[in-house]
Design a binder for this molecule. Structure first.
Ligand code: LLP
Length: 429
């Protein structure tokens, strides 16, 4: 399977683990063509080395500091992916009781779990207290009151951080920007001190930190630096009021390379952020971060077969067997994912809209792509490691795709293709 002697060409800048070897696209040492033959399509394939190398950039960035990286598992919650990060020492950022059970099943350490989200239920709080998670990232005053009463009833103490909404524009798609005044997330800056005072006075709660998360797919350092300034101003005010803040959590949000924008590398971003923390005297404080996309996004591809070519008067369509239920980001956010052939060729290209079989005009994967493709050929949709499989649905009663994890020359099936029977098993008629 390997072609170590042939020079490799990366399919994407900065991503050496997904590359062409002798004209064939491989993930590490495994040929995608062979994986597709074995497991069928659509098929998600992830590079373990790419995930660990993305994590290593953060770890380099935090060398010499006290920092906890909590993988935001909503980006990709396959148990095998979680285990890679758990074994590498990561904690997890969860947003539901379901995610909590996944982390526990994958061997994650409860004390390294932080629980984010604006709508935690009492049952979710109870379970998280029972297993002893590290911190609840609380998003409103009403949630504080409920958490306090749940903790008291359970005879436990809930460790809390309050999510601040710093009102900073992350300059990303409006659906994934979260730190502006009009967003549902976090507590407004002006209310933060009062909310901390309330937290400190309520039984069953122990204030341990402060957090913010301003959005996702952020491609510049400036919004982070601005948010950091605002958070540090608040830390100073909260501590002046006699409430100690053990850790500062700056959320996730660092973007990846999809199309043009090349975001800062994690270590470079953190060099800039740590310089500011040092300058303001907070460099030795315990830090937490919650990256999702930047750890897994460019580590995965979705392999799909060209079912039909459909030339038209206005447009040519390339109909593939992956659809919006597998790859929802284009339909939801007009997101761009690169689409490349598994086998390089120099045949003449045509312009296609690459679409799926779902009965919606919104079911497109790429628009106006220049491709030399034939019916039956295989394509790879790149940057499919984050927010694809974890957002996949069964729309049109399409079974969710299979997933494979590659480690060097070894490929392991980490999720079987979903069958129609599995889709129907909870229905009663
Ligand atoms: N922390 C919190 C509180 C979050 O809400 C999120 C993501 C993260 C961390 C991780 O952010 P990341 O490092 O992955 O940017 N489905 C959208 C992205 C939604 C992000 C939601 N929150 C997409 O496909 O672009």
């Amino acid at each position: 399977m390997t072609h170590h002697s042939t020079p490799a060409t990366s399919a994407q800048p900065g991503q050496p683990f997904i590359a062409y070897h002798a004209g064939q696209l491989q993930v590490e040492g495994c040929s995608l063509q062979m994986l597709a033959q074995e497991y069928g399509t659509p098929l998600f394939v992830y590079s373990k080395a790419a995930m660990l190398s993305a994590l290593a950039a953060y770890q380099r960035g935090f060398a010499g500091r006290t920092a906890q990286i909590c993988y935001a598992m909503k980006a990709n919650s396959n148990l095998a992916v979680l285990r890679v990060f758990a074994q590498a020492g990561c904690g997890f950022d969860i947003v539901s009781g379901g995610e909590l059970e996944r982390v526990l099943a994958a061997g994650g350490v409860p004390a390294k779990i932080i629980f984010s989200g604006v709508g935690k239920t009492r049952a979710e709080m109870r379970r998280a207290l029972e297993v002893g998670i590290g911190c609840f990232n609380v998003e409103s005053e009403a949630e504080l009151e409920v958490l306090s009463s749940v903790a008291v009833a359970a005879g436990k103490s809930a460790r809390v951080s309050i999510r601040v909404n710093p009102n900073v524009d992350p300059k990303t798609h409006p659906y994934i920007s979260t730190g502006l005044k009009g967003n549902k997330f976090g507590v407004a800056q002006e209310r933060t001190l009062a909310t901390y005072q309330r937290a400190a006075s309520l039984p069953g709660l122990k204030v341990v930190g402060i957090d913010c998360h301003i959005g996702s797919q952020i491609t510049e350092a400036t919004p982070y630096l601005d948010a950091m300034d605002k958070v540090l101003d608040l830390v100073a005010a909260i501590e002046a009021a006699g409430i100690a803040i053990e850790h500062i959590d700056f959320g996730g949000g660092l973007g990846i390379h999809y199309e043009d924008a090349v975001p800062p590398a994690a270590d470079a971003l953190w060099a800039a952020l740590l310089a500011k923390l040092d300058a303001r005297g907070y460099g030795q404080r315990k830090l937490m971060i919650e990256p999702g996309r930047s750890l897994v996004g460019n580590a995965g591809v979705c392999v799909s077969e060209v079912l039909y070519l459909k030339p038209g008067e206005q447009k040519n369509f390339c109909i593939i067997d992956a659809a919006m239920n597998d790859l929802p980001r284009p339909a939801m956010y007009q997101a761009f994912h690169q689409i490349v052939p598994l086998a390089l060729n120099s045949k003449p290209r045509s312009t296609y809209d690459v679409v799926g079989p779902v009965c919606e005009s919104g079911d497109w994967i790429g628009r106006e792509r220049s491709l030399a493709v034939q019916q039956g050929e295989l394509l790879a949709v790149l940057s499919a490691g984050a927010y694809c499989m974890s957002m996949a649905s069964n729309y049109n009663t399409r079974g969710r795709a299979a997933e494979v994890m590659v480690d060097g020359d070894t490929a392991t099936l980490i999720r079987r293709r979903e069958t129609a029977a599995e889709q129907m098993q909870n229905e009663i008629f």
